[in-house]
Write a protein that binds this ligand. Sequence first.
Ligand SMILES: N[C@@H](CCC(=O)N[C@@H](CS)C(=O)NCC(=O)O)C(=O)O
Length: 112
Amino acid sequence: MADKLFVLRPGFDDNGTRYFCPYSAQVIGFLAYFPQVKETLELIELDFPKPRHPLSDLLGESHQSAPKLVLDGEGVDVPHVTRHHSNGNTYVEKTLEILRYLAVTRGVPVPH
Ligand SMILES: N[C@@H](CCC(=O)N[C@@H](CS)C(=O)NCC(=O)O)C(=O)O
């Protein structure tokens, strides 16, 4: 099993305007900086309409915002990163905390 990183697929339609998610874009940019990190996780693009399967299946319909990092098991303790729990799964929610968690656990530079 690997950590699962969920992002919104760019170019989604919301009320007639096409968008990208700026939070998901930060995470994708981080993976472009450090492609070795991408190899350690499962990257899953979500469609914008809800329910956003398979994220909603893992965490429930109250926790569908993206990006989300759903950890393999409990994950590990990383300073300044809060791990949340839902439906028996552990996840990191805030974009900067996702970046920090991945950087620390994969041994690449951390966010300034
Ligand atoms: N968790 C992020 C924010 C993520 C966020 O707000 N993402 C938007 C899409 S750009 C979202 O999923 N909004 C909730 C929704 O669409 O229901 C953070 O605080 O750093």
